[in-house]
Design a protein around this ligand. Sequence first.
Ligand code: B12
Ligand code: SF4
Ligand code: SF4
Length: 337
Amino acid sequence: MGNYDDLLTEEVKDYAKEIGAALVGIAGADILNESLDEYFRPEDVLPGCKSLVVMSLHIPDGALEIMRRGKAAYSYNLFGYAYLNRELDYIIYRMSCFLEERGYATTPIPARGTAYGAPKKGYGMISFRHTAVAAGLASFGLSGIALTKEFGSRQRFAAVPTTAPLHPAEKLIDQAEVCDGCLECISHCPAGALSLNPPHECRMGDKVFRFARSYYDKCIHASRGLSTKAWPGAAFNPKIDVPYSENPSAGKLYDQLWRERDEGIRLSENSEATYGATLCGRCMAFCSAGHEAMKRRLRDDQKETGHTDNLVIQNDGSLKPLQPEPKALGKKLLGLS
Ligand code: B12
Ligand code: SF4
Ligand code: SF4
């Protein structure tokens, strides 16, 4: 057992709640140093890093539910992405200052994007999903998204690496505790960007997690409004299909983003980068764990109201209830069969 500052750990957790974090936990730097690739480990971004303060913000259920119904992606794009990232940046900044004022070093990492110059495409300075799992807040769904008992898939994460000796979580959550293997995430991906054949394997602590490999370029193509397959039947589905190219150069992607897309999408965006038309997000939106967590949190007298009918948009524009069932492959990967 390490030599931890339990009092500071409690102060950090209280402060995280005070500045608005929905969930907060502490990840030990050691298990992440072993689990993540060189250059993207806590010790690479902060020499002497001992722990990471991991925080999340909940994406309001309504923002995803209205998107599942095919009516609007606008609420999700703002309150699940653009604005939420600002709120995350705010809590990262505050937590970083809180720790530095107490004499500890930190590295504040922005909530979105990857660092220019990093040696691997599609890698953040630190993977927040991995930090959330290491902090005992979440486990990997088969989608690769970090799922919590409280919100399922419906949250974004941030982590502040620090030299402070905070007390880390002692128990990691098993995948089967949060994911039922229904595979709705994979079957609703419009870009074929998620593959379980074979799954990606991640070792952390004494556990092995299995989840879909994600193809960066395919996801970007759909999630940046370049594909008419993104949200078939939905009012906000892009109306122009920009041809997909393998490994597009950054310049080509930039051109596509700003010139070749549906004009309506460009006009629906604004200077605050709301990505007005679509961010896809279907693997998050259709995740059963998210919908079930929403139902659990509703008051008893609200269980039959709002979005609990589970209606989702069909390709022909009609609405039908989603009826997810665990699948044989899903159960096998989760060790349930
Ligand atoms: C780059 C990035 C992406 C990339 C790559 C994602 C990925 N799986 O790593 C793309 C564009 C695909 C993407 C998509 C999405 N993202 Co994103 N993304 C990030 C970012 C900036 C970095 C992630 C990272 O470091 N990955 C690298 C390593 C560590 O991942 P890995 O698990 O070891 O390995 C993966 C890849 O290497 C790949 N892979 C490995 N081997 C192989 C082999 C082959 C052949 C191939 C093809 C791929 C492959 O698949 C592995 C499993 O996913 C983070 C922010 C952050 N700093 O963490 C947000 C983040 C992961 N994204 C997020 C979200 C919400 C999304 C989307 C839902 C989009 C949206 N609407 O917002 C989708 C979800 C896709 C999915 N199911 O995984 C959230 C997740 C929140 C949560 N609850 O878990 C994060 C944490 C942002 C945040 N601040 O909250 N994202
Ligand atoms: S965001 Fe869309 S395209 Fe990207 S992995 Fe999820 S479902 Fe697939
Ligand atoms: S959609 Fe189903 S299989 Fe996919 S992550 Fe969510 S609960 Fe797991």
